[in-house]
Design a protein around this ligand. Structure first.
Ligand SMILES: *Cc1c(COP(=O)(O)O)cnc(C)c1O
Length: 400
C-alpha cells in the first residue's frame, strides 16, 4: 500500500523503476531477528535475492551473515564486511574458489567430492585450511514450483546420501580441508511448513550417521526457502518468522555447542519491493483487452520464467480517480466495487509471448499514462533484470 505522497513522487519519476520501502525492510529484519535470537540461531542473507547496494547496506547493518553463490557475491559481501560468509553453488570455478580463500570466508558449502578435491588443491597452494560443509541432498520435496525445487534426488544439487560414506572418507584424508558442518537447501517459496519438518527429521538422521562415524559437526545449515504471500502483500507484509523458527526448535536436534544456520533471501526482501511502470497502450484483443506496460520481462522475469503470480494494481486510479483518503488508504467502497472493474491481460513490450505479467487481471478502467505497481518484487526481480532488446538497465528509488 502506497501513501498519496509516494504515488505523487512516482508521477515525477521516469518509469519503469523499482521502488523499495526501506522501512518495511527494516521492520522485516527486526521481526526476523526477534524470533531467531530467541533460540540463538544464525541467519545469513542470500545475496542472490537482491544485491542492490542500498538494500545490502541495510541488511549488513543489521548484523546478518551472507550466503553467496558466486565469486562476485563473495567479493561484494566481503567488501561490505558482512559478518560471516558462506559460499554455495554447484559449479564454483577455480577463480571463484581462490577469491573465497583469499577472503577467508567462514564456510564453503560443497556439492561433490571433485569440488572438495579442487578446493583442497587450491588451499594447499595458498597454505590455507579451507572450512567446508557437505551440501547433502535430503530428498525432501519442497512442494513448490519445479524450477525452484532443489532437494530431490533428480536435482543437480548436493551430495546424495548413498555417496556420503565414500565422500566423507576421502575428504578426511585431505590435509587442507576442515569439515565443519552439513548443509541443506530444499527449494524456494516454500509455504507448506511441513516440508521444513521433513527436512529436520532427515537432518537428524544424517547427523546420527556423522556421530556414528565419530565426526563432530560444528554447525548445521538448513538453507533458506521460506515463502511469502504474493496474493496479500499488504495483509501479510512480514512473513511468519515465529512459526518458521519454532518449527526448527521443535524438530531439529542440535548437539551441545552446535550452531544452526539459515540462509534466507526471499522472505527478507520480497515484500519491500515493487516494480512501478506506466501504461503505454490499452489494446483490444479478440477475447480480452491488453494493458501494455513500459516494463517487461527485462525488468521482471519471474512470471515468464516460473509462471509466478504478482499482484498488479493501478495506482493512478487510487490517487486520482476515485480518490485516496488522507491516510493513503483506498476507501472500502471503491476497492470492493466489482462493477467498476475490468478484465485485462497485463503485458510488457518485449518481443516474446511469455512477456506477460498477468492474465485476466481485474483492474479499474485503465488508460494510457496510468501508473501500475507490480507488487512483491523485491526478491529475484532487479537482480534478474537484463538488457535484452538493448533495453536500459532498470533503476531504483527508495523510501526514506
Ligand atoms: C537461493 C538460495 C538460498 C535462498 O533462498 P530463498 O528462497 O530466497 O530464501 C539459500 N541457500 C542457497 C544455497 C540458495 O541457493
Amino acid at each position: 500500500m502506497f501513501s498519496k505522497q509516494t504515488i505523487q513522487k512516482f508521477q515525477h519519476t521516469p518509469t519503469p523503476f523499482y521502488y523499495y520501502d526501506l522501512e518495511l525492510l527494516k521492520n522485516t529484519i527486526n521481526a526476523l531477528k526477534k524470533e531467531s535470537d530467541k533460540y540463538g540461531y544464525h541467519v545469513h542473507y542470500a545475496l542472490k535475492a537482491n544485491a542492490n547496494n542500498e538494500i545490502l547496506s541495510v541488511i549488513q547493518n543489521s548484523g546478518l551473515g551472507a550466503d553467496c553463490v558466486s565469486g562476485n557475491e563473495v567479493k561484494k559481501a566481503s567488501d561490505l564486511e558482512f559478518d560471516k560468509i558462506f559460499f554455495a553453488g554447484v559449479g564454483k570455478s577455480d577463480e571463484e574458489i581462490n577469491v573465497a580463500l583469499d577472503r577467508n570466508i567462514t564456510c564453503f558449502n560443497c556439492e561433490s567430492l571433485q569440488e572438495i578435491e579442487v578446493i583442497n588443491e587450491l588451499a594447499q597452494k595458498k597454505n590455507k585450511i579451507a572450512p567446508i560443509a557437505f551440501r547433502i541432498n535430503p530428498n525432501v520435496n519442497a512442494n513448490t514450483h519445479k524450477y525452484i525445487t532443489t532437494g530431490l534426488e533428480e536435482n543437480k544439487f548436493g551430495i546424495n546420501v548413498w555417496e556420503l560414506e565414500e565422500v566423507v572418507k576421502r575428504t578426511q584424508q585431505l590435509k587442507n580441508i576442515k569439515i565443519t558442518g552439513i548443509h541443506f537447501h530444499i527449494g524456494s517459496q516454500i509455504t507448506d511448513l511441513s516440508a521444513f519438518k521433513s527436512l529436520c527429521l532427515r537432518a537428524n538422521e544424517i547427523q546420527s550417521w556423522f556421530i556414528s562415524h565419530k565426526i563432530t559437526l560444528e554447525h548445521i545449515n538448513v538453507g533458506g526457502g521460506l515463502g511469502v504471500d504474493y496474493h496479500e502483500p499488504d495483509k501479510n507484509s512480514i512473513p511468519d518468522f515465529a512459526a518458521y523458527f519454532s518449527l526448527f526448535k521443535e524438530f531439529l536436534e542440535l548437539r551441545p555447542n552446535q550452531t544452526l544456520h539459515f540462509e534466507i533471501g526471499r522472505a527478507i526482501v520480497a515484500q519491500c519491493g515493487s516494480l512501478i511502470s506506466k501504461v503505454l497502450y490499452v489494446k483490444k484483443g479478440v477475447t480480452t483487452s491488453f494493458v501494455i506496460l513500459d516494463a517487461g520481462m527485462t525488468e521482471l522475469i519471474r512470471p515468464a520464467l516460473y509462471q509466478s503470480y504478482h499482484k498488479i494494481e493501478n495506482i493512478s486510479v487510487m490517487v486520482n480517480g476515485q480518490g485516496l483518503m488522507d491516510n493513503g488508504k483506498m476507501p472500502l467502497a471503491i476497492s470492493h466495487q466489482p462493477s467498476s472493474m475490468h478484465r485485462y491481460d497485463v503485458v510488457g513490450p518485449i518481443c516474446e509471448s511469455s512477456d506477460c505479467f498477468g492474465k485476466a487481471v481485474m483492474l479499474p478502467e485503465t488508460k494510457r499514462g496510468d501508473l501500475v505497481a507490480i507488487r512483491t518484487t523485491g526478491a529475484y526481480g532487479e537482480v534478474m533484470a537484463s538488457q535484452y532488446n538493448l533495453r536500459e538497465k532498470v533503476k531504483a528509488i527508495y523510501s526514506k
